[in-house]
Ligand binder design. Structure first.
Ligand code: 16G
Length: 246
């Protein structure tokens, strides 16, 4: 470690050393960081101090942890733009990555009060519910829990949603035009189930989104609740200020 006499706390000094290793390119995105024990031995500090430095850099998003594997340098984040209405497959393909899907479950369910309100239905009306794990280049990025309602939506049960995009199926096979959507974002921590699916320790930072998508007749067609890995995503929007009339 630099100096015992330095007024800076030791965990802070280690943090800056590690940050420098990333900035200089010594440690690259996806690289495994030495363990707490190794850092402790290398810099003559306690494991606790090493852990504190690692935890802070995880919280800052520079590093991320994988359950049972260790701590890694984060990759450049995926930016989901919130300007045009696009789906996961389009977003990931546009980055030159390979999108993939694991269907976790799909079935028809009766609309609960919340879903009925979101999709403008009566409580109890049938809804198609789809849970998918979404991946890019084989890395899990998000879990999407979609709810759809339109006449004949039960036919979606026969679609191959592992290899095909939902938005594409809706538009090309069912002639449903997707026109607009509203989306809410919220910070949170992963619960046990989501953490496991996303390959993260429980309680990792995540972005929770709720999106309602509308058809050309201004009818809600899909209501999706999704959870995105916090360290892999940035959401981007662009705003114009109203011109004040003098
Ligand atoms: C996006 C949507 C999701 C939709 C999916 C379709 C959010 C925030 N966004 O991820 O509602 O089902 O795209 O993607 O949940 P696909 O066309 O690749 O199936």
């Amino acid at each position: 470690m630099q100096s015992r006499k330095s007024p800076l706390p030791r965990y802070y000094q280690l943090k800056e050393i590690m940050r420098e290793k990333v900035t200089s390119g010594d440690w690259k995105p996806g690289d495994l960081i030495p363990s707490e024990r190794e850092l402790g031995e290398q810099y003559g500090i306690s494991r606790m101090t090493a852990r504190q430095a690692l935890t802070e850099l995880v919280n800052e998003g520079l590093f991320y942890r994988e359950q049972g594997k260790g701590t890694f340098v984060s990759r450049n984040k995926i930016t989901q733009q919130l300007i045009r209405l696009t789906g996961f497959t389009e977003d990931i393909s546009a980055r030159g990555q390979a999108p993939a899907t694991r269907v976790l479950s799909m079935h028809m369910i009766p609309a609960t009060e919340d879903l009925a309100e979101r999709l403008r239905l009566h409580v109890g009306q049938p809804i198609f519910r789809l849970q998918r794990l979404r991946l890019a280049d084989n890395e899990p990025l998000a879990i999407e829990r979609s709810h759809l309602s339109f006449i004949g939506c039960e036919r979606l049960l026969d679609e191959d949603l592992e290899t095909q995009s939902l938005y594409r199926i809706l538009e090309s096979r069912y002639g449903i035009q997707l026109i607009q959507a509203e989306q809410e974002l919220e910070a949170g921590l992963t619960n046990e189930e989501d953490a496991k699916l996303l390959n993260l320790p429980m309680g990792s930072p995540a972005l929770y989104t709720r999106r309602t998508t509308y058809t050309n007749r201004d009818l809600p067609i899909e209501y999706a609740r999704s959870v995105y890995c916090g360290h892999k995503y940035t959401f981007y929007t662009h705003m114009l200020r109203n011109q004040l009339v003098p």
